[in-house]
Design a protein around this ligand. Structure first.
Ligand SMILES: Nc1ncnc2c1ncn2[C@@H]1O[C@H](COP(=O)(O)OP(=O)(O)OP(=O)(O)O)[C@@H](O)[C@H]1O
Ligand SMILES: [Mg+2]
Length: 198
């Protein structure tokens, strides 16, 4: 299953989410690798630190994660979306950021013929108005929201350098739940295709 992580904006947490998912899938016993399509190479650099796997050509993985540049116009973003089973649009729950997320969702619907798209709220601050109102905000722009979101946590900043070991119990639970939500979405995606080929 290929999961492409994208956003129209920079700095929303694409590479962090990519790394966290890498760690969670590994923890869940899956073979997982990251292909970094962003010239900044944040994911590649972090993989070196955490002893993670960079995607190798001709190798198949249970889960392949694509990190992308912060730009929908970049050809690499379109290519990564075209080969995605799941496209995960990362955003903060702020209304202005949601408009950008809505554009990214439309981009996926245009470019990724068979990708299921979900919007992931990242850096959510629970005890704020924005945190409490995020479900309603998502309805206003009509984006398909992922059931699990990620809170703003300092330990996620450390995960890029230290991987799973940097996460406390609550963070581990949250990241595993995110991985499970994507696994079950992927299983639903793959059923009709496997039926067709039989
Ligand atoms: N849930 C979170 N809680 C706390 N900090 C976070 C969270 N997600 C990301 N960050 C922090 O936000 C900053 C930007 O994250 P990251 O580099 O993952 O974003 P990006 O979307 O990949 O950026 P770019 O567009 O430059 O590639 C980093 O300092 C990261 O540690
Ligand atoms: Mg990045």
């Amino acid at each position: 299953m290929t999961i492409t992580i994208l956003a129209k904006k920079g700095g929303v947490g694409k590479s962090t989410v990519c790394l966290l998912l890498h760690e969670a899938f590994k923890k869940a016993g899956k073979s997982v690798a990251i292909q970094d399509w962003d010239a900044q190479g944040t994911s590649n650099k972090a993989l070196a630190f955490i002893n993670g796997e960079q995607a190798k050509p001709e190798t198949s993985y249970d889960i392949l994660l694509f990190d992308t540049p912060p730009n929908l116009e970049h050809p690499a973003t379109a290519a990564a979306v075209r080969s995605a089973d799941i496209a995960l649009v990362v955003t903060s729950p702020a209304p202005a950021d949601l408009w950008e997320a809505e554009e990214a969702v439309r981009f996926v619907q245009t470019k990724g013929q068979h990708a299921k798209v979900r919007v992931l709220f990242n850096k959510v601050r629970k005890n704020t108005i924005l945190g409490r109102l995020m479900q309603e905000s998502a309805k206003q722009v009509n984006v398909p929201l992922n059931a699990v979101h990620l809170n703003a946590r300092e330990c996620y900043q450390h995960a890029v350098g230290r991987g799973w070991a940097a996460l406390d119990a609550a963070a581990r639970e949250e990241v595993l739940q995110l991985a499970v939500s994507l696994m079950s979405l992927g299983e639903n995606t793959q059923t009709p295709e496997s039926t067709e080929t039989q």
